[in-house]
Design a protein around this ligand. Structure first.
Ligand code: NAG
Ligand code: NAG
Length: 729
């Protein structure tokens, strides 16, 4: 027994790592040495190093040699000492805090370089912050503290590891340090600048209305919500909620119950009455610095104010995100970042659909590995790669991310030799994305042209989608072999997304380019080729509508959605918004929403005319636990081929006869549906016998009728317990 136990113990040590208990786990020294045994070894030590040394010693030898001190120094030192970039190099980073004030640039001279946290040391921190020591703050009044600050203000400021909120109105319910800026409570817009018969505040019952551009420039507020006595309202920004975005307007002027923005918003206020809820939040006004967790940075007067938890400044320092990009990697190959911690970036006051700035920013690079790293307190994107091949993003922990955690991007040209291929995003934990920028955020955005894998990740805590897949130029049907796909989305656990903040998204959100959704689109080039299987998607909550499980938007085609567990969502389990060759197969659905179970084409795309769709919904098990739910929505229809449904199990937990009589498309009963459409001839309405719904166990009992239809029981309990790299507890 003993040797076996020892063996198990050593395995365990390799996995959970050595003394320093932060997650991701650190492998022990032997494993790391093995990984880098064929490399030329260099060292960097922020505290004890010197850039004029050789960098080949882990510690100073007391005789004028030792590790490098700075990353810039290390990169140029390594360039001088390597005979060729064919010779691998490893730069071991000793423990400590590395403040970067300019980006480190890697190019072809730096090929085959790994930058690795030194094993045995605490994981080194690389930060882009300007630090204000807690001790520098002096009491400003009973609760607030102030100090001089000559740096650049940022909306990304952290006290210790906690994100501070810009002084806001209304205050957060209670600050946790992990809050999303899109969280309520909210103020309510009183009226529009310009009302028309088609665009008015009374439109509040509706989904959308057509509003003139003047409404991009401000709105009318309820007296008292915005204070005309604020000393300098122009420091302020207004976060305005629409349906699938929220965006900020800079205050130009306030008065007469009107707020004017200095620049127009992207979307006119009033365009989405119901999903917007007419919500807004005021940020960055000095007079609103009135709650724990808030700060106000006064760049004009060189002052910084904070309202901390009592005593927090005694133990913690303040970090103002200052640097946008930490490592800029271009035109090279085989670059690895491993066992490092990255924090405190800045967004350069940019908020758009661009996915830069990113902490690690790669372009035209073949061979990237980012593993066992910890990214937190990120202003915008953490890891971005444009036109890169052979990328491995493995076992990292991403927390508190301003926009995207990881974004894979290419230049819309599949013939570009660097168009993204062989991308593996595996076993990462993502917790809190879209924390600041809410232009359709997600933890992941993956675009590319071949062999892209997203697997084994855990994703939670976004105001919108869990992941966005595609949203790019799509392909012809024969672009790849019959049995192959371009995207493989497998074994991910996506949960607690949406959080009641935005609308119209999904845990796994796939899309083509918008042209595919238009009337008369050329549907022969709308194939994304995605395989979505064995994912667990649950606890999606929208503000108004559309926290979908798996969503193929804008006629995106050839999606296979197979053997997933989809439950506790506030909208459809699967939605194929038009498109062709889309298949939902053998999924386990526990449906609690009062809306459709399954979405198809409707007139909202295609400008009043649905585009063609060919889709199949087979061997799914659908347990409906909401009497208002229907299979489709009334507006879902088809003008061409009817969807093919068969060998499904449906069950209504409610005894409401309206549901039994109206559940099937166009409000008909099961028998009427079978007779009129020829669909679901071999389906049943019968209790499917999930193992234990209360415990979220959607395996089928042996006695389930589903087996008679060739439906397979799917056991995804292990996805919930083993996806990602770091468990919350
Ligand atoms: C770094 O090393 C050089 C050369 O030995 C020496 O002249 C210099 O003073 C050292 N710098 C520091 C900060 O110790
Ligand atoms: C079915 O409905 C009953 C009565 O509302 C409820 O108590 C029970 O939890 C439901 N079952 C499931 C599996 O949701």
């Amino acid at each position: 027994m003993r040797p076996f136990l020892l063996f198990v113990a050593s395995l365990f040590l390799q996995l959970v790592g050595s003394s320093f208990g932060t997650c991701p786990p650190r492998p022990d020294q032997g494993v790391v040495s093995e990984e880098h045994k064929n490399s030329k070894l260099f060292y960097i030590d922020d505290e004890n190093g010197n850039d004029s040394w050789s960098g080949t010693l882990a510690s100073p030898n007391g005789n004028d040699d030792g590790p490098f001190k700075t990353f810039q120094g290390a990169v140029s030192g390594i360039r001088k000492q390597r005979d060729s970039t064919l010779e691998k190099a490893t730069l071991f980073v000793r423990k400590g805090t590395y403040f970067l004030s300019t980006p480190v640039t890697l190019d072809s001279r730096d090929a085959s370089l790994s930058i690795v946290g030194y094993p045995g040391d605490k994981r080194p921190l690389i930060t882009g912050a300007t630090k204000i020591p807690g001790a520098e703050f002096l009491p400003y009044d009973q609760t607030r503290y102030a100090t001089f600050f000559n740096g650049i203000c940022s909306k990304h400021v952290f006290l210790g590891e906690n994100r501070l909120a810009r002084a806001r109105k209304p205050n957060l319910q209670s600050w946790t340090g992990r809050d999303l800026t899109g969280e309520g409570p909210y103020l309510t817009i009183k009226d529009l600048f310009v009302s028309t018969p088609d665009c008015n505040r009374q439109g509040s019952g509706g989904f959308s209305q057509s509003c003139p551009d003047q409404n991009k420039l401000g709105f009318v507020y309820e007296e008292g919500d915005i204070d005309e006595n604020w000393q300098d309202p122009t420091t302020g920004e207004i976060l305005v909620f629409q349906a699938w975005v929220a965006e900020r307007g800079h205050i130009g002027h306030i008065g007469n119950s009107q707020v004017d923005f200095s620049e127009p918003l992207r979307y006119a206020i009033g365009s989405h009455p119901k999903p917007s809820g007419w919500r807004y939040v005021v940020e960055n006004i000095f007079e609103e610095l009135d709650a724990v967790g808030e700060y106000f940075c006064d760049e004009r007067n060189g002052l910084f104010f904070i309202y901390p938890l009592e005593g927090a400044l005694d133990t913690d320092d303040v970090f103002v995100g200052t640097l946008e990009t930490f490592f800029r990697v271009r035109n090279t190959n085989d670059i690895r970042f491993s066992d490092l911690e990255f924090r405190h970036s800045h967004d350069g006051d940019f908020a758009g659909y661009n996915e830069r700035p990113a902490i690690l920013d790669f372009e035209n690079t073949d061979g990237i590995r980012v593993d066992r790293c910890y990214f937190a307190n990120v202003a915008y994107t953490a890891v971005y790669f444009l036109s890169c091949l052979n990328v491995n993003i493995f076992a990292n922990n991403f927390l508190d991310i301003g926009y995207f955690a990881v974004s894979s991007d290419y230049r819309n040209d599949p013939n570009d030799p660097y168009a993204n291929r062989n991308i593996f995003i595996r076993k990462n934990t993502f917790e809190g994305c879209g924390v600041s920028n809410m232009l359709q955020p997600a933890c992941l955005h993956v675009r590319g042209v071949g062999n892209l894998h997203v697997s084994g990740n855990e994703i939670s805590g976004t105001p919108y989608a869990g992941m966005r897949i595609g949203w790019q130029l799509t392909f012809s049907l024969d672009y790849i072999a019959n049995e192959e796909y371009i995207f493989y989305i497998e074994r991910n656990h996506v949960h607690d997304f949406g959080l009641g903040i935005l609308s119209d998204f999904a845990g796994i959100y796939l899309s083509s380019n918008p042209d595919c959704g238009k009337a008369n689109a050329d549907l022969t080039v709308c194939y994304l080729h995605a395989y979505v299987s064995k994912n667990v998607v649950h606890a999606g909550e929208s503000y108004n509508y559309g926290a979908i499980g798996v969503y193929g938007d804008t006629a995106v085609s050839r999606l296979t959605v197979e053997r997933n567990w989809l439950y506790d969502l506030d909208e459809a389990a699967v939605n194929f918004h038009c498109g062709q060759q889309n298949v939902a197969l053998n999924n386990m659905v526990y449906h609690v929403a009062d809306t459709r179970v399954f979405g198809v084409c409707n007139s909202i795309v295609g400008e009043g005319q649905a585009v063609q769709q060919i889709l199949t919904f087979k061997k799914n098990v659908v347990f409906v636990n909401n009497a208002e739910a229907r299979l489709y929505r009334n507006s879902d229809f088809w003008e061409y081929d009817m969807p093919v449904l068969d060998e499904n199990i449906y069950f209504f937990n409610s005894t409401d006869e309206r549901q039994t009589n109206e559940f099937f498309p166009m409000g008909i009963s099961f028998n009427e549906w079978q007779e009129s459409s020829g669909n679901d001839i071999n389906s049943y309405i019968i209790q499917p016998r999930f193992r234990n719904v209360k415990r979220q166990d959607f395996r089928l009992r042996c006695t389930s009728t589903a087996f008679e239809l060739g439906i397979k029981s799917v056991d995804l309990r292990y996805i919930r317990s083993s996806s990602g790299i770091c468990r919350k507890n």
